[in-house]
Design a binder for this molecule. Structure first.
Ligand SMILES: Cc1cc2nc3c(=O)[nH]c(=O)nc-3n(C[C@H](O)[C@H](O)[C@H](O)COP(=O)(O)OP(=O)(O)OC[C@H]3O[C@@H](n4cnc5c(N)ncnc54)[C@H](O)[C@@H]3O)c2cc1C
Length: 400
């Protein structure tokens, strides 16, 4: 059987893409070398726009039912000042949540299956099929060759679809940080806590099962020193926030500390004859904005809409399909380039300029302005308009 689309990778980028295409009536095969439920390296905050996507897709109740608590407020402590408050609601959805990937990804893959996608777990793609023009026409894996009009790589940072198509990267910045996290019982507060203190960031995200995910990042230059004593350096970073250190000391760590320094920042060429990339495979960045899942949802919707429109126009129109996928990539880059730049700026952990420090202090003094600022971090307020000189002038003048 030939499919309209094969989606390689069934997590936060792949499953929604497959689900949306299947709901439009297209024949979709969704494969992953993993089986579900299973975990992945991620601290898994879902910003409000991601929760709004889940609501639109009819999955909000299932995700909330996992028992992860709503984050009623964000606290960003920069030392001299703290920006705190609730993030802005999006489409009637008020709170971010931090949902374990074991739960979230299972809900998403089941939703793709329920939508009519054929799902094969434990299916490792080991190559791509091509016709004599070089067009990608399918994948090879444990069940032999499988054909499709479009192969979508939702297969993460080390994407095999990207490797096999020779997709290059652009707007590259190498890894700027090393990141470590663990889960604690007895540490959760009422929301997300982010401490940016010198050359360490410390983050607390309350999550499922009464646990908190406690995350520490250091500049990449400190990675080798950090890994000589991961636990010691991890706890030293937390000790820079004495009240949190006391909670962590009184709490109980229930899982090992996990970490990575493999967090490069780039867009990757994400379209070509018969293929596309979505999620981390096509757009990867440092986790400091905790936006990989939110962005993957948005891109899944952009790609599925583009592919659906092309397949509905002329189901055999290869040129239309390729043009539609190229249009998705342009829309993705236009939307996310400012976020990629801001991510690199934050991940550099350089002290803010005096102008930025003054801006942040002014924002911190106003609850309404703090909520607007969180709109930038969660991706619901466009970055260029927020940092536009006229808007900065408005903030600094104290106008509402
Ligand atoms: C330390 C850390 C903290 C983070 N914290 C957050 C956060 O708080 N919030 C947030 O939004 N984002 C966070 N992120 C980013 C987020 O985890 C990613 O953006 C997200 O996982 C990307 O999802 P994806 O579906 O594109 O890829 P992945 O989650 O990487 O999934 C790719 C899938 O493809 C499958 N696959 C790969 N190769 C093959 C193959 N050959 N055949 C078949 N299947 C294959 C894999 O098995 C995997 O299941 C964090 C990342 C890191 C590293």
């Amino acid at each position: 059987m030939s499919f309209d689309a094969i989606v390689v990778g069934a997590r936060v980028a792949g499953s929604p893409t497959a689900m949306l295409l299947a709901r439009h009536g297209h024949r979709v095969l969704l494969v992953d070398k993993a089986t579900f439920p299973s975990d992945v390296l991620s601290t898994h905050l879902l910003h409000v726009p991601a929760m709004a996507c889940l609501r639109e897709w009819g999955l909000l109740d299932a995700v909330v039912a996992t028992g992860a608590p709503p984050h009623e407020r964000f606290t960003m402590d920069f030392g001299p000042f703290t920006i705190a408050g609730p993030p802005p609601a999006v489409d009637g959805v008020a709170h971010p949540y931090c949902v374990r990937r074991t739960r979230l990804d299972k809900i998403l893959v089941d939703a793709a299956r329920a939508a009519g996608a054929e799902v094969r777990e434990g299916f490792a793609v080991d190559g791509l099929l091509r016709d004599d023009t070089g067009r990608v026409t399918g994948v090879t894996g444990p069940d032999g060759p499988v054909e499709a009009k479009l192969v979508i790589g939702a297969d993460g940072l080390r994407s095999i679809v990207a490797r096999e198509t020779g997709a290059g990267t652009y707007h590259d910045t190498p890894s700027l940080t090393a990141c470590y996290y663990a889960y604690y019982r007895g540490v959760s507060g009422p929301g997300a806590e982010i401490y940016q203190l010198g050359d360490r960031a410390v983050v607390v995200f309350p999550t499922n099962d009464g646990l908190a995910c406690v995350f520490v990042a250091c500049p990449i230059e400190r990675f080798h020193e950090f890994r000589t004593d991961v636990e010691g350096h991890y706890l030293e970073a937390i000790s820079r926030v004495p009240a949190l250190a006391a909670r962590v000391a009184a709490g109980e760590r229930v899982e090992r500390i996990r970490g990575t320094a493999d967090v490069p920042n780039f867009f990757r060429e994400s379209s070509g004859p018969g293929w596309a990339l979505v999620g981390d495979a096509g757009y990867h960045k440092d986790p400091c904005m905790a936006s990989g899942i939110t962005d993957a949802f948005v891109c899944a919707r952009l790609l599925a809409d583009a592919v659906h429109a092309a397949l509905s126009g002329d189901p055999d129109g290869e040129r239309e399909l390729d043009a539609a996928v190229a249009g998705y990539v342009r829309a993705r880059d236009e939307r996310f380039l400012p976020a990629l730049r801001l991510t690199c700026q934050l991940a550099s952990m350089e002290p803010p300029s005096p102008e930025t420090a003054a801006l942040f202090a002014t924002i911190a003094a106003s609850p309404a302005e703090s909520t607007r600022f969180f709109g930038v971090l969660q991706g619901s307020t466009p970055i260029p308009s927020y940092f536009d000189p006229a808007n900065i002038g408005r903030i600094m003048s104290g106008a509402s």
